[in-house]
Design a binder for this molecule. Structure first.
Ligand code: PHE
Length: 450
């Protein structure tokens, strides 16, 4: 594989759009704001920022470097760098993790399409908060409708991956990401300027450090992994498509920064609007699907804002699912030498199957529980609290301790042609801070269980 020239993203903007597209997703718009609302607002934000900077950035840079050095899919990249074969299992675990994430993520993607449809057909207007809450529960626990939307979403997703790395992934990201930023900025300005919106900002920026418990730290870390698409090979796979001339140090910093900026902008968009309408902000996953439609109902011009918001959610979700499908497709098609297109279709079918299981677990299969969780929550928690951090420890140990420092620096500096600005900080964080921080949070959590 490494002898043949690997397909590359065609431009610097393309790399940025694709990687930021993977990172920016439901994690930023759907998950981050409710985690923030539930876990102490500003205090959570601080912990999150620390995680993004001290764990997220070094890991993202390591994943890009690993992929570009290895010139292969996530497992193949490990193999082409080291003779110690066992490291590749870390890559295989990542592929499994991508599959599980897709299982529950695609369900929420289906919901976003339903809500675009509801917004366009003016389906929220005249409904009370109780009506909206009942409508969401009825819809999400239904046996067919959410599944049909999910299948439609997966179809679009698969067709983009089928078009290939440059013509599908890169081109769609370059078209969709600027649009995404534009919508978010418009929504943000509208929300902050609502009468009463300042209360929301006060809530957001008033620290309540008493809420910072070990489990909140674990949530912040899990959220950082999830939001930055780390620990499971997404950035390794995309890294393998980054050209040898690109500046990896800078790209990783930009993607981490953009993703964090988006998460904060989303929170700044959601909380003022919620407060302006006098609604309780600390709701869970329903925040976006119940609270926000209530907010739009009461807002002047809400019809349009609702369409824009759910469109934003759908686009963000799509650029992320593309990267998840790509991790699995690249792995299977390269390892088993299956045709890429056929692989993408078969993997999408498998994802659809998992998605059906997760969707039904919100309704008729709700009584099947493992560790007290339905399949949807199980997939969600198992991936972001366990598999992604474990993958993160593994990758930081591999790049920080196993790979020769000289070799790492040569790859990062494009064979000595770039001056590395943060190499010392990076290596220090990677060797000591990242693995230890992840491990500590982990142990704390496990001790807490007993
Ligand atoms: N980062 C994406 C989000 O925030 C989710 C994701 C996780 C995408 C892992 C790819 C890999 O929604």
């Amino acid at each position: 594989m490494s002898q043949k020239q690997r397909v590359n993203f065609g431009s610097r903007l393309g790399v940025l759009a694709a990687a930021a597209g993977s990172a920016i997703g439901l994690g930023n718009i759907w998950r981050f704001p409710y985690e923030l609302g539930q876990n102490g607002g500003f205090a959570f934000l601080i912990v999150y920022l620390l995680c993004a900077l001290m764990i997220g950035w070094p890991l993202m840079l390591s994943e890009f470097t690993l992929g570009r050095m290895g010139q292969s899919n996530v497992a193949g990249s490990f193999r082409s760098i080291t003779h110690v074969k066992h490291w590749q299992w870390l890559g295989v675990m990542g592929v499994g993790c991508a599959l599980l994430i897709m299982g529950f993520y695609s369900v929420v993607c289906g919901w976003t399409l339903e809500y675009v449809y509801q917004a366009v057909t003016d389906g929220f207007s005249g409904k009370t908060p109780t009506d909206l809450s009942q409508a969401f529960t009825a819809f999400s626990s239904d046996t067919t409708r959410p599944i049909l939307w999910m299948l439609l979403f997966l179809l679009v997703n698969c067709s983009i991956v089928l078009a290939g790395v440059q013509k599908g992934i890169e081109r769609s990201a370059k078209m969709l990401m600027p649009f995404l930023f534009l919508i978010l900025i418009v929504l943000c300005v509208r929300s902050v300027t609502l009468p009463g919106g300042m209360e929301g900002l006060k809530f957001l920026f008033a620290p309540d450090f008493s809420k910072i418990t070990p489990s909140v730290v674990l949530s912040a870390m899990g959220q950082a992994f999830f939001s930055l698409s780390l620990g499971m090979g997404c950035m390794v796979t995309y890294g393998s498509y980054i050209s040898k001339q690109a500046n990896l140090e800078r790209t990783a910093l930009e993607v981490t920064g953009l993703d964090t900026l988006m998460a904060i902008l989303c929170a700044i968009t959601i909380f003022p609007a919620v407060f302006a309408m006098g609604i309780d902000p600390s709701q869970g996953p329903e925040l976006v699907f119940i609270t926000l439609p209530t907010v739009f109902n009461q807002m002047p011009g809400g019809y349009l804002w609702a369409i824009l918001f759910f469109l934003l959610l759908t686009i963000a979700a799509l650029t992320s699912t593309i990267s998840l499908l790509e991790v699995i497709t690249a792995y299977i098609s390269e390892e088993l030498r299956w045709p890429r297109k056929l692989t993408a279709i078969l993997v999408s079918l498998l994802i659809a199957l998992l998605g059906v299981v997760c969707s039904l677990s919100m309704g008729v299969w709700g009584e099947y529980r493992i560790f007290g969780l339905n399949f949807f929550d199980l997939f969600d928690k198992f991936t972001s609290y366990i598999l992604m951090p474990l993958g993160g420890i593994g990758i930081s140990l591999f790049m920080g301790w196993h790979v020769d420092r000289k070799r790492l620096e040569l790859e990062l500096s494009n064979e000595g042609t770039l001056k590395l600005k943060y190499i010392k900080v990076y290596v220090f964080l990677l060797k000591y801070v990242t693995p230890l921080a992840i491990l500590l949070v982990f142990i704390n959590q496990i001790v807490g269980l007993f």
